[in-house]
Design a protein around this ligand. Structure first.
Ligand SMILES: Cc1cc2nc3c(=O)[nH]c(=O)nc-3n(C[C@H](O)[C@H](O)[C@H](O)COP(=O)(O)O)c2cc1C
Length: 169
């Protein structure tokens, strides 16, 4: 899939088919995170791949805004070190994973934004690290609309040369 096509068509997928994701595709998702650039190349992150159904269920119960994690084929728990850049770095890695998955026909969504401390004992995550987000992945349960995005009009958020001139104009 062309990169722009992927960006244009990818939507949040919160309902997953009961179909496993092949190990090669899982590996590509993890490699997409691994290969992402970070500030000063510090890579202040860890990615925990969860595929055991009982652990996915427990993650779904702990993440109030993502109960559907319970039904995902897998989830990647994104853990960050203390660094002023960790949020930006991890966010880039998350987008890389989501786009790499989308290219394989696999949907995903972003769940949480810090505040997931209860996940630490479940996955043996050291106290000094922060559970930043959980990304569930799976084949979409329903066909996903191609291309339509509910977004503000382009000329309300983009500008040409100066703030008072809308882009494209
Ligand atoms: C930082 C961040 C946190 C998010 N947290 C959640 C969440 O906790 N639960 C959820 O269902 N979706 C979450 N989302 C997904 C957004 O709701 C989604 O990206 C947005 O509604 C656009 O969806 P669309 O691309 O399908 O139009 C989050 C997205 C971001 C970028």
């Amino acid at each position: 899939m062309d990169v722009f096509d992927a960006i244009q068509t990818m939507l949040a997928v919160r309902a997953y088919a009961d179909k496993p994701v092949a190990p090669d595709a899982v590996r590509r998702i993890v490699e997409a995170a691994w290969l992402t650039g970070s500030s000063m190349n510090q890579q202040p992150w860890r990615f925990i791949v969860v595929q055991e159904r009982e652990t996915l269920r427990q993650l779904g119960a702990l993440a109030k805004s993502g109960p559907y994690i319970a039904k995902a084929a897998l989830a990647v728990v994104v853990v960050i070190e203390e660094s002023p850049y960790a949020v930006s770095d991890a966010s880039r890695a998350i987008q890389s994973m989501m786009l790499a998955a989308w290219d394989e026909g696999i949907g995903s969504n972003w769940v949480g934004f810090h505040g997931l401390d209860a996940v630490k004992p479940l996955l043996g995550i050291p106290d000094e690290l922060d559970v930043f987000a959980i990304i569930p992945f799976g084949y979409p349960a329903q066909p996903v609309g191609k291309g339509y995005k509910q977004r503000k009009p382009l000329d309300q958020i983009a500008h040409r040369e100066r703030f008072d001139q809308p882009y494209p104009g």
